[in-house]
Design a protein around this ligand. Sequence first.
Ligand code: AMP
Length: 420
Amino acid sequence: MSTFKAPKGTYDLIPPDSATYLAVREAIAAPLRNSGYGYIETPGFENVELFARGVGESTDIVTKEMYAFETKGGDRLALRPEGTASVLRAALEANLHKAGNLPVKLWYSGSYYRYERPQKGRYRHFSQVGAEAIGAEDPALDAELIILADQAYRSLGLRNFRILLNSLGDQECRPVYRTALQDFLRGLDLDEDTLRRSEINPLRVLDDKRDAVQKQLVGAPLLRDYLCDACKTYHEEVRELITAAGVSFEDDPKLVRGLDYYTRTTFEFVHDGLGSQSAVGGGGRYDGLSEMIGGPALPSVGWALGVDRTVLALEAEGVELSLPASTSVFAVPLGEEARRVLFGKVTELRKAGVAADFSFGGKGLKGAMKNANRSGARYTIVAGERDLAEGVVQLKDMESGEQMAIGVNEVVAELESRLG
Ligand code: AMP
């Protein structure tokens, strides 16, 4: 027998741990659903050109990490490395921005693919929940998104995360800064690659993780000193609104992030228990992206939170989510007649919304009770020939150990009322 393994850099979500992932997705989505964001789902792959234009030709994501391929029909596609470009593409294609109701607020949840060097917290297939607010330039919208992400993390019980905040300026002030930064970088002792990067995308050099580079960057010009008045005012208002909401953050004048499309507000959520892959989520404003992919001017803002790293952050903080047991009632039939009757009861319970499971495979009492225990069910119903002849089943409370006979026709109503 061959034994296949999950591809390098990927892993499977299996019970019981998979329940935590679902709960994390749900917890991130809940504040969005509650704030006017509608659910959107886009394909797992797109035309490669969408990402090249939308994410940026010079980014690692596009040049090194994209799963790009040609189909048998000759289409050049890529597995999506991130969500924003696809969501904006879909919104433009469906003319959501023309419905006269801006901003268009959307949330999504799904799988993303990057050909990265795998390590703890960095995978080739990972999962994000994201939100995009398309078509409005309003600092309250930037603030709303930051506040909702904070709320999502707090609702999960996370405490040791920090919010880093910066402004990347706009078309007016960023080019001036870019030139000043390039002048500064040209005077440093940098390797070929980094020099090339400083010509194409100098802001990304600020993001270099290497100590030797960071040391040289002390004294580099900071964008914050170059922001135009409009960007300064905008940023100040974002800061005031999130402060007023009781959300604390740190100004990080070097925060740039790995995607080219950001303008003005950028932020990252970092968790201090995760080692080198500390970013659990990030986002910002992308006022120019729509035009970059052929749409009209639609100033927008969004974020994506990583589900995998959020789960790791919960582990790092020792937070156990209190997940409800997946099964409330477990049915144990002894004999053919009991199988028929209890299978019917399980179906009735499920229809009534009670989580119920059944001992399959014709097990004996001992094996079946083991399954009942493992299921975490609060109640077990057991029935043998003699019980059925008397018109009853045995209802056992697995917490107290108490057991009582109850009429076959009453047991569903009784369980419904006990489980409230
Ligand atoms: P980004 O689109 O790079 O800003 O990523 C947003 C979030 O997605 C990050 O903060 C991570 O939580 C998550 N993420 C990005 N890349 C990976 C990866 N390779 N493995 C796991 N999570 C990732």
